[in-house]
Design a protein around this ligand. Structure first.
Ligand code: PMT
Length: 235
């Protein structure tokens, strides 16, 4: 092809850089809460949804920092990836970005609890029952949204029932601009699958994004985030 034809083609397929100059922090993947030197509790998050959002945001021109729990995915091109393990580490890494963050997206499946005291040596099998005491982890999304000058915030709500009610409750309690409700009762979508479906809520509207592969869904979601973010700045 002639250079002009290549340029025409690229301008036709590359998305408009509607988030140029915008700094976005995204959390992705699970967290691991250690019990003893060889055991931990975690969940089935693969990180695919969060990584797809990072790719989609970067394609729209944003400068993206992806704070990732332990996953097996190659880092997206042109995205800064910070690898963490526990919820506390994810919290600390996120808080280091908030001074310069315009948009925060909490897609990680953060463990709500950790063991009160990590046991120094491997727990030996002795009694028939083992009791562990758990304490609450910091809520990263809540803490970001309650900063004195919070960024525009998008949270996720992974629910197996009462999707709308629970998601709207989380949006209100955590003081979020938007929430993406993720029905995780169907194992074909959501956690550790190639596809997903979301219903996105904000104060004056909602939109359902039908089942699609995670990158295509992330692209649709980032368009909505960009529109809402820009309208929010104007208000
Ligand atoms: O990673 P994949 O396999 O691709 O799967 C994607 C996904 C299902 C994990 C993702 O789409 C999703 O729904 N992420 C949110 C999972 C979750 O833990 O949701 P929640 O309803 O428990 O948490 C609500 C929100 O608070 C989330 O934005 C979560 O990131 C945030 N949170 C929760 C607890 C905590 N201590 N800190 C937080 O920031």
């Amino acid at each position: 092809l002639e250079p002009e034809e290549i340029a025409d083609f690229l301008f036709g397929v590359l998305p408009e850089q509607i988030l140029a100059g915008t700094k976005i922090t995204i959390t992705a993947g699970p967290t691991r809460e250690e019990i003893d030197p060889v055991r931990y509790i975690s969940n089935h998050s693969s990180g695919k949804m969060g990584y797809a959002l990072a790719t989609a945001a970067e394609e729209l021109g944003a400068k993206v920092t992806l704070i990732s729990g332990p996953v097996n995915i190659a880092p997206p091109a042109k995205v800064t990836v910070v690898c963490v393990s526990s919820a506390q580490q994810m919290h600390d890494a996120v808080m280091q970005t908030t001074d310069e963050c315009d948009i925060f997206i909490g897609c990680a499946a953060v463990a709500d609890y950790r063991v009160q005291q990590k046991i120094a040596q491997k727990i030996k099998k002795s009694d028939d029952k083992l009791t562990l005491t758990f304490v609450k982890n910091p809520d990263i999304l809540h803490d970001v949204a309650h900063l004195a000058k919070p960024p525009f915030t998008l949270g996720f709500a992974a629910e197996t029932q009462n999707l709308r009610e629970y998601a709207l409750g989380k949006m209100q309690r955590k003081k979020l601009n938007m929430i993406a409700a993720n029905d995780v009762s169907d194992s074909k979508i959501g956690f550790n699958s190639e596809k997903n479906a979301l219903t996105v809520f904000w104060s004056k509207g909602e939109k359902t994004l039908e089942v699609a592969d995670k990158l295509s869904l992330a692209k649709q979601l980032m368009q909505i985030v960009a529109q809402r973010y820009q309208e929010n700045i104007k208000d």
